[in-house]
Unconditional design. Structure first.
Ligand SMILES: Cc1ncc(COP(=O)(O)O)c(C=O)c1O
Length: 384
């Protein structure tokens, strides 16, 4: 098999047979002409809610990069997560979810699916014994996110996949923070991989999208069925633009991650910073696991400032190069306050159990010069 860099450029894309266009065209069409009633779907397409050639090219690229047999692309990362939960859970069943997850995942589980008779427990998926103890006879899905948003807590993917398999449950992994360039959950035994392609895969703060890749064809079929039935497929334009972003994924990830390491080391040495979280630091409690199950540490960092929430707000107000905004993973460096922004709907108890403190400041490190990023943080910290 060709290397990752080759595949990120070429997988799913062949010059258009009719024109030779080197990029997969944006097939901006709702419906597709059929030759005859007998030959319905002979060319594979009927209506763009079910499938679209541009979306299919993107799905093929995603399946290739994650090492799955197929993929389904959705209108957002949340639509992808929702599809996984709707595909693999039903009334009377139970799911285990990482206690630290993206706030929207928590919200969909507790405020939407729980109304349809699905039971959820949020567990510390960094602790394999806790997971094994929390599995019930009706557990159908274990949904993990690693590194998790925003504390970067890690889940041992091989160990949790073993637990899931032993109990006949599906292990779904949100791989948004590391992408297939750094982490391959299916290789470690997971069944499906979920992405908010809005983040590193697009990489330019330009689109909202999601994708799910599965290791088994029957799971791909279930995911495509939800895509069509819920009407949550992504658009041809978003699929096309995301494909262009994916072609430079490895280069962006490597540079953003090395910037993140420099930023994390600067913060760790700063007298006003009381705590820093970055899986690449030796001080990170799961640093060994980070090295074992992934080939890179990613570009998300968090820190706390002496003086708590008020001091954190001063930093967020004083930065100039870093933008106060919710997204992550793109070339622009962003600074976020999870408690008011991304995780605002979790209860105070749930947040404190998950270690999402009021003073936690999250950084998505971008592609700028690291000296400029550090200089700007240094200035902001001096205002505290
Ligand atoms: C880890 C993770 N998963 C899923 C999502 C949801 O993705 P989207 O915003 O594309 O719906 C996010 C968004 O922030 C995220 O950080």
């Amino acid at each position: 098999m060709a290397g990752f860099r080759t595949r990120q450029v070429h997988a799913g894309v062949t010059p258009d047979p009719t024109t030779g266009a080197i990029l997969t065209p944006i097939h901006q069409a709702t419906t597709f002409a059929q030759e005859s009633v007998e030959e319905y779907m002979a060319r594979g397409y009927s209506y763009s809610r079910a499938a679209n050639p541009t979306v299919s090219a993107f799905e093929e690229k995603m399946a290739n990069l994650e090492g799955g047999v197929g993929a389904a692309a959705y209108a957002s990362g949340m639509a992808a997560t929702a599809a996984v939960m709707m595909a693999f859970l039903g009334a009377g069943q139970h799911a285990l979810v990482s206690d630290v997850v993206y706030g929207g995942t928590h919200r969909f589980a507790t405020r939407v699916l729980s109304r349809f008779g699905v039971d959820f427990d949020f567990v510390d998926t960094a602790d394999n014994d806790l997971i094994a103890a929390a599995v019930k006879p009706n557990t159908a899905l274990i949904f993990t996110e690693t590194p998790a948003n925003p504390t970067l807590k890690l889940t041992d993917l091989a160990a949790v996949s073993d637990i899931a398999r032993e109990h006949g449950a599906i292990h779904a992994v949100d791989n948004t923070f590391l992408t297939p360039y750094y982490q391959l959950p299916l290789e470690l035994g997971a069944d499906v991989v979920v992405h908010s392609t809005t983040k590193y895969l697009d990489g330019h703060n330009a689109t909202l999208g999601g994708a799910v890749v599965a290791a088994r064809i029957e799971h791909v079929d279930e995911l495509k069925f939800i895509q069509k039935s819920a009407g949550s497929i992504t658009s041809p334009f978003v699929a096309w633009l995301t494909m262009q972003g994916v072609k430079t994924l490895s280069e962006r990830m490597d540079r953003q991650s090395s910037n993140a390491m420099e930023v994390a080391r600067f913060l760790e040495a700063h007298p006003k910073v009381t705590a820093v979280g970055y899986p690449g630091l030796e001080s990170f409690p799961q640093h060994d696991l980070a090295k074992r199950q992934a080939t890179g540490f990613g570009a998300m960092v968090w820190f706390e400032v002496e003086g708590g929430i008020e001091a954190g707000k001063t930093v967020m107000r004083s930065v100039e190069l870093w933008t106060l905004a919710e997204n992550l993973g793109a070339v622009e460096s962003l600074i976020t306050h999870p408690v008011t922004m991304t995780h605002g709907e979790m209860s105070v108890e749930e947040r404190s159990k998950a270690g999402i403190t009021d003073g936690l400041v999250r950084l998505s490190v971008g592609l700028e010069d690291s000296e400029d990023l550090i200089h700007d943080l240094d200035f902001a910290l001096a205002q505290v």
